[in-house]
Write a protein that binds this ligand. Structure first.
Ligand SMILES: [Zn+2]
Length: 350
């Protein structure tokens, strides 16, 4: 339902030409794109995480169009340089990938090389260390592979039917919402680990199947097109951590581990999950104090000059698998849709 509303809003902005006219007002100085998986579509009708993946064919069309556009495709360092110096003669686009999925190497990287496009790759170090909890993937696997699941909620065992696609979708949405609303992330992790163990899903294998190893990451990192960024150690929603010290440790440790593994110290950071429930003013301040040049959220928006004062609270535009259309990308990158969503507020660092 929500997707239908967003889709018709984007269509309206496109076909009315409004996005085109609004652009000088709302287009800002550039855009940072967020990508996760790039891989051929799978057939299953139950794919609750589909928004996190786009097809290689769509990605190639996007890169080709960006190359022909009047945008400069630049590295995160170059973006930082432009922001600090205020040199915005041309609009920029930064392409970034979160989490370090193996399909990035297999499907996205050849296309990035073909079109000579610089990109950032934000790595949560527990993923290549094979200690990562990809809890949203594990939850999908548990519900996909079972027709009935058991969950302990407030100390009571409860059972849920999930035999049909409809039941699976509904159950995923409910459990996901419940997990995301938990106050503590360690509780979330405990619940999913328990669920996975009870229903035959090995979380270590999920991590190995989905994520690049350090060898694979270093293959990409060796390319001057690639900038490795930090994405914390354990991919926690930092805002939910009790102490400032814990937040600091997540950011600092990931930087040290990446430096030890790849020989280069990351200068850029992405907050895990990255929405306002996961990263707020405390996290923005700590990232700045730790000396990260830039840090990105998943709050939707384009970049304005005024972000110069908020370089550790940058918005991005998500390349969403539910909206794989060049029309939508044009509207999103024009800044028109996000200006409407954000009530024309340019900077949101609160
Ligand atoms: Zn992430």
């Amino acid at each position: 339902m929500k997707n239908t509303i967003i889709r018709s809003g984007l269509e309206t902005l496109y076909f009315s030409g409004l996005h085109h006219w609004m652009r000088p007002l709302v287009g800002g100085v550039g855009t940072i794109l967020t990508l996760h998986h790039v891989r051929p579509p799978r057939a299953s009708r139950f794919q609750p995480n589909r928004l996190l993946e786009i097809s290689p064919a769509f990605f190639e069309r996007l890169l080709r169009r960006l190359r022909r556009s009047r945008n400069d495709l630049i590295t995160l360092d170059e973006m930082h340089q432009r922001m600090v110096s205020g040199n915005h003669k041309r609009r920029f686009v930064c392409v970034t990938f979160d989490d370090g999925y193996r399909d990035n190497l297999r499907w996205a990287y050849p296309l990035l090389k073909k079109y000579d496009v610089p990109f950032g790759l934000y790595i949560p170090t527990s993923f290549p260390d094979r200690l990562g909890d990809l809890w949203w993937v594990a939850l999908e696997a548990v519900i996909a592979r079972n027709t009935r699941i058991g969950l302990t909620i407030d100390g009571k065992d409860r059972f849920f039917e999930c035999g049909t696609v409809r039941e699976k979708r509904q159950l995923y949405a409910e459990v996901y919402g419940w997990l995301r609303s938990m106050k503590s992330e360690s509780e979330l992790r405990r619940v999913v680990r328990d669920l996975a163990a009870r229903h035959g899903v090995d979380m270590e294998i999920v991590c190995e199947d989905e994520c690049m190893s350090w060898e694979e990451i270093s293959e990409m990192a060796a390319d001057p097109l690639c900038t490795i960024g930090a994405h914390t150690v354990n991919h926690m929603m930092l805002k939910k951590l009790d102490t400032e010290q814990a937040v600091r440790a997540e950011m600092e440790m990931s930087r040290s581990v990446i430096e030890a593994a790849l020989g280069r110290r990351p200068q850029h950071l992405a907050y895990p999950v990255g929405d306002p429930t996961s990263a707020g003013p405390r996290e923005f301040r700590i990232a700045a104090e730790l000396g990260f040049k830039t840090a990105v959220t998943t709050r939707p928006g384009v970049i304005f000059r005024a972000h110069r004062e908020h370089l550790t609270a940058l918005p991005r535009i998500s390349v969403n698998g539910e909206f794989q259309s060049q029309r939508y990308m044009k509207v999103l990158m024009s800044g028109a849709a996000t200006a409407l969503w954000n009530g024309f507020k340019r900077v949101n660092a609160a």
